[in-house]
Design a protein around this ligand. Structure first.
Ligand code: NAD
Length: 324
């Protein structure tokens, strides 16, 4: 029997991580149904494919979620209000997406008796680390409503597993980067924002001294983790991290070489809520999902810059004299 007897519902499938995962699922022969309200995702991120069904809708609409879950054998829940700062400004609205919306999806998945629910959690559940690397057993102390909402989702998933036997795996993604991350969005990842400016030959902007470090993981590796998690028997929580930390000054060095922009970074005051260092322990990812990140930072950034150059409009290209 082929993979097309399995139907994967992907909420948020038109977004950054979702669209890469949908492509991988389709290439692996699965049927895919996307539920997305296109608030931050784009229909253009998705291919036209005979095994892809796209439904415009909202995870906050319980009836719609129940309807779209019918016939799904597996569910990957990625749809979310993804802005940490927006969750601080309007925690009630954020919770309607990230707690109530997520609960709609989880409850519908349990009722439909899907074989597996995989859902996006986040390294934001850890808050400021008291020890590094962060393991799945590290203390959780989120610094934002967003981080707390993801933690609540994890607790609901565990509860629905014991109440209804719903098999689920929550993936705590670290800093994901790659093509299709919108650099102009106010909450875009730092990699996308640096590249956007450096390709336009503008100095990258760093909040603080630039020695803060993060664990950056390429979106292609995250898509592989999502697919593997859907068909793994492991349930619970798993970091999706490389275990490597890179500081922002080194990141800019790498980007200078690939973009040709050698302008020194512009430093603005550090943000009070900024975590100094964060990186995840990837051992469980290797043990449970047999997965080690394949993309080095150099390769991932190269791919991303190539993509950005290809999608730049003529207006966005720097004048040739600057490039010379
Ligand atoms: N990108 C990262 O570094 C990162 C890190 C940790 C966790 N995450 C989590 O991964 C998931 C995917 O994030 P992303 O980076 O691809 O963001 P994204 O904004 O590109 O994708 C989110 C998708 O969800 C859709 N959506 C939002 N609210 C919705 C709603 N109420 N109903 C239906 N669709 C809705 C959006 O239109 C979008 O397509 C999110 O749950 C996010 O919290 C991302």
């Amino acid at each position: 029997m082929g993979n097309d007897d399995k139907c994967i519902l992907v909420t948020g499938g038109a977004g950054f991580i979702g669209s890469h995962t949908v492509e991988l699922l389709l290439a692996s022969g699965y049927s895919v149904r996307v539920l997305d309200n296109f608030s931050s995702g784009h229909i253009d991120n998705l291919p036209q494919h005979e095994h892809l069904d796209i439904v415009q809708g909202d995870i906050r609409d319980q009836e719609q979620v129940n309807a779209v879950m019918q016939g799904a054998t597996h569910c990957l829940h990625l749809a979310a209000q993804v802005s940490v700062s927006r969750s601080v400004e309007d925690p009630c609205d954020s919770a309607t997406h990230n707690i109530l919306g997520a609960l709609n999806v989880m409850h519908a998945a349990a009722q439909a008796k899907v074989s597996k629910l995989v859902y996006a959690s986040s390294a934001a559940v850890y808050g400021a680390p008291s020890q590094l690397p962060l393991t799945e057993a590290s203390a959780l102390a989120p610094l934002s409503p967003y981080g707390l909402e993801k933690w609540v989702d994890e607790r609901y998933a565990a509860l629905l597993a014991s109440l209804h036997g719903l098999p689920s795996l929550g993936l705590r993604y670290f800093n994901v980067y790659g093509p299709r991350q919108d650099p102009r969005s106010p909450y875009a990842g730092v990699v996308a924002r640096f590249i956007d400016r450096m390709l336009a030959h503008q100095a990258p902007i760093i909040f603080g001294d630039g020695t803060q470090s993060r664990d950056f993981i390429y979106v292609g590796d995250v898509a592989r983790a999502n697919l593997t998690a859907l068909f793994s028997t492991h349930c619970g929580i798993c970091n999706v991290a490389t275990g490597q930390q890179i500081d922002l000054l080194d990141l800019i060095d790498l980007l200078s070489r690939s973009t040709g922009c050698t302008l020194p970074a512009q430093h603005l005051p550090a943000k009070a809520e900024d975590i100094r260092h964060s990186y995840g322990d990837p051992h469980r990812l290797a043990e449970w999902l047999s997965l080690t990140p394949q993309w080095t930072m150099d390769e991932g950034l190269g791919e991303l810059i190539h993509h950005c150059r290809q999608t730049m409009t003529d207006d966005e290209r720097p004048p040739l004299t600057v490039n010379a």
